[in-house]
Design a protein around this ligand. Structure first.
Ligand code: NAI
Ligand code: MG
Length: 498
């Protein structure tokens, strides 16, 4: 498995591309070229160069996909949940069989280290497995409204669902939207990010091979403006799942509003990791490093603020700096520990955030610079960075940087820790490190967040509902909550007599 992935990585370094990559949309069960033949390029962030061209879709391609989904909708909605689950289970098996190639493509397109991409593919397979089983749990209620009446609910699929996918977790995000939507009996049109279109296309093709009827799951590629917006605006679309920036989320809400289309928004975060004085520091160090340097910090749920008891601040920071400086930086396909940022544009955004922090006089205790891959002199890298002690109202504390930049906020009392933790407009996740059971659960109760991790950042999996509050969005993905998100309840009340 590892050998196969490394063989493909070697093929890429020899040829500058990979064979058999998709170029077309996937519509109505087949590869479908863009109607006006426009193409665009996708880049390898590790070398900062284009390696493949794909379809630049537009409203006409979206319309073709919508027609296919509308044709396929009724039969899929009426199919037995168990039959839908069987397709999802076969999809999970195919994802596992084809994991090495998928992981290499995901790593190449996004820049992330290959072993992280392998984890993402395994997670996507697990997601399909979970919803294969969860399809069997779909059920309604009966309502006791009196002897002469019968009251019950019918669970219906939400209809045609659009999935607007970001570039940081292309396959995982596609899977966590598409699997529950299909389990619930919905049809799907996904629009992957223009930076990372490959694995969503391959997933649609795998679903088809697993027995999904033509038209039930379609993927249209292209930019947000040309392909995403027409999809969200299309009156046949009844639900939009969006993961990405706050600004685009607001635009998506606006585009969906005229048709009163449901939206589920998973936006950014500025999530705190709260470390109390009695914490297991080994566990905290591991957790914090993963929370902010995994995927080079390009994670909506990254732990980007360290809220730490002043008594252990010095020791914890010493250990974090040593580990951050030891991270081996390089091209994702070389199984580096720390890869590039996803695009030149994003690298300049992260650089601008850190430059302005430097100008405000904040102390950058490690990292702080855009760099190239030391091995090749190429690529869009930014050093693992720690800013020690920023005031609560500083932009470095308030704004999502979406890169490998940890900002430290020391505290003296638990109450102050809580105030700092809740001190941004975001409320996505929070981490807590302490051995004090009551303090942990007090903070879990009082921190405003969609999910809280205690003593292991990112604990949990597909079973655990996930989403944000306030500017981090609304609605819940993952878990059985996602089945509800893609379903509608119809209540029936009948007078049936004595
Ligand atoms: P974005 O939010 O604009 O893009 C996300 C997705 O939305 C992409 O598929 C894009 O094509 C699509 N899109 C863009 N405009 C659209 C529209 N009007 N209608 C429908 N779909 C549209 O994010 P972008 O520009 O890639 O990154 C900007 C910032 O967003 C990043 O610096 C980061 O801070 C944040 N971000 C947050 C993510 C998260 O997981 N919460 C993921 C990606 C970016
Ligand atoms: Mg790319």
């Amino acid at each position: 498995m590892t050998a196969e992935a490394d063989r493909l990585a070697a093929e890429y370094f020899q040829t500058g591309t990979l064979s058999g990559l998709p170029r077309d949309h996937f519509i109505d069960g087949r590869w479908s070229p863009p109607q006006y033949g426009r193409m665009m390029e996708t880049f390898d962030p590790g070398l900062g160069r284009a390696y493949h061209a794909f379809s630049a879709g537009d409203a006409d391609d979206v319309a073709t996909a919508v027609e296919a989904a509308v044709r396929a909708g009724p039969d899929w909605a009426r199919s037995r949940p168990a039959a839908r689950g069987a397709v999802l289970a076969r999809t999970a098996a195919l994802l596992r069989e084809e994991a090495p190639r998928l992981a290499v493509i995901e790593s190449l397109d996004s820049g992330k280290p290959l072993q992280e991409a392998e984890g993402d593919v395994a997670g996507a397979a697990r997601t399909f497995e979970y919803y294969a089983a969860a399809a069997n749990t779909l059920q309604g209620d009966s309502f006791p409204i009196g002897h002469e009446y019968l009251g019950y609910s019918i669970i219906e699929p939400a209809g045609l669902t659009a999935h607007i996918i970001p570039w940081n977790y292309p396959l995982s995000t596609a899977a966590r939207g598409i699997a529950p939507a299909l389990a619930a009996g919905c049809t799907v049109i996904a629009k992957p990010a223009e930076q990372t279109p490959m694995t969503a296309l391959l997933l649609a093709e795998i679903l088809h091979r697993a027995g999904l009827p033509a038209g039930v799951c379609n993927v249209v590629t292209g930019t947000g403006q040309d392909a995403g917006a027409p999809l969200v605006r299309h009156p046949a679309v009844r639900h939009v799942s969006f993961t990405g920036s706050v600004q685009t989320g607001v635009n998506v809400m606006r585009e969906a509003a005229p048709n009163v289309t449901r939206v589920l928004l998973e936006l950014g975060g500025k999530s705190p990791v709260v470390v109390l004085a009695d914490a297991d520091l080994d566990a905290a160090v591991e957790g914090i490093l993963g929370a902010i340097f995994e995927n080079a910090g390009q994670i909506c749920s990254a732990g980007s603020r360290l809220v730490v008891d002043r008594g252990i601040h010095g020791e914890l920071l010493d250990r974090l700096v040593k580990r951050a400086e030891a991270l081996q930086i390089g091209h994702g396909l070389k199984r580096s520990q720390f890869g590039p940022l996803n695009s030149a544009e994003h690298l300049s955004r992260v650089t601008a955030h850190v430059e302005s922090a430097r100008k405000r006089g904040l102390s950058i205790i490690t990292g702080g610079n855009a760099i190239a891959d030391p091995a090749t002199g190429q690529g869009w890298f930014f050093e693992p960075t720690i800013i020690d002690t920023a005031p609560a109202n500083d932009p470095a504390v308030q704004q999502e940087i979406f890169g490998p930049v940890l900002v430290v906020q020391p505290f003296d009392e638990e109450e102050e820790a809580l105030m700092l933790a809740n001190g941004t407009d975001y409320a996505l996740v929070a981490g807590i490190y302490t051995r004090d059971f009551s303090a942990a659960h007090r903070l879990a109760r009082d921190i405003d967040a969609g999910q809280v991790f205690i003593n292991e950042y990112f604990a949990g999996g597909i079973e655990v509902p996930f989403g944000g509050n306030r500017m981090s969005g609304f609605g819940r993905e993952k878990g059985l909550a996602a089945l509800e998100a893609y379903s509608r309840v119809k209540s029936v009340a009948a007078r049936i007599g004595k």
